[in-house]
Design a protein around this ligand. Structure first.
Ligand code: AMP
Length: 199
């Protein structure tokens, strides 16, 4: 099964994607993790990306589209399925992804938005920044605020793009971690009673 998890920075996408990977066996593909790994390895792309990540801006679409296309074509990932976390992040990326998926005949089974209240999100990401002090250079409060604005301006417009074609589902990202995992599981297992994005 192939899924896309949408939601702003700090909403818990990474944690939930990890849990879904453990429970259902799909491969968790996080463009943020890939870019951080490339930066740590000191590759040319990684070093270019690092300055952008540290500012809280988005890297150029081409930089991430290439990485993702390579991964979703991988035979093992095609067999196990994938969870996209942090991609697509612009309408251009979403359109390119749709083109590639159509060309490769790869289906996305669920596109799920983790909905969160922005004020609570600010509180949560600032707490996370303090807890992981220094672990991620982009996790200071100022950069995080920037990332929320970038999400609002560049990533949130993808939601109506998916909604228009009736593909967007949603869970309450404000619920507890276990509850969110349960909600996601119900969607993946075809359960009813979940909030639809068009509510
Ligand atoms: P994340 O770990 O998903 O929060 O991503 C961390 C940072 O990596 C983001 O703030 C961006 O600078 C960069 N990044 C990750 N995914 C993308 C993407 N799909 N497009 C552009 N930049 C990205």
């Amino acid at each position: 099964m192939n899924i896309i998890l949408m939601g702003p920075p700090g909403c818990g996408k990474g944690t939930q994607a990890q849990r879904l990977q453990e429970k259902y066996g799909m491969v968790h593909l996080s463009t943020g993790d890939m870019l951080r790994a490339a930066a740590a390895a000191g590759t040319e792309t990684g070093l270019r990306a690092k300055a952008i990540l540290d500012r809280g801006d988005l890297v150029p679409d081409d930089m991430v589209v290439g990485i993702i296309v390579e991964r979703i074509e991988d035979a093992e990932i095609r067999e196990k399925g994938f969870i996209l976390d942090g991609f697509p992040r612009t309408v251009v990326q979403a359109e390119k992804l749709d083109d590639v998926l159509a060309e490769k005949r790869i289906e996305i089974h669920h596109i799920i938005e983790m909905r969160v209240d922005e004020a609570a999100l600010f509180a949560r990401i600032e707490r996370r920044a303090q807890e992981s002090a220094g672990a991620r250079a982009d996790d200071n409060a100022e950069t995080l605020k920037k990332r929320i604005v970038v999400y609002r301006e560049q990533t949130a417009p993808i939601l109506p793009y998916y909604e228009k074609s009736g593909r967007l589902e949603a869970v309450d990202g404000m619920a507890g971690i276990d509850d969110v995992t349960t909600q996601l599981g119900s969607i993946l297992e075809g359960g009813a009673g979940l909030q639809q994005a068009a509510d």
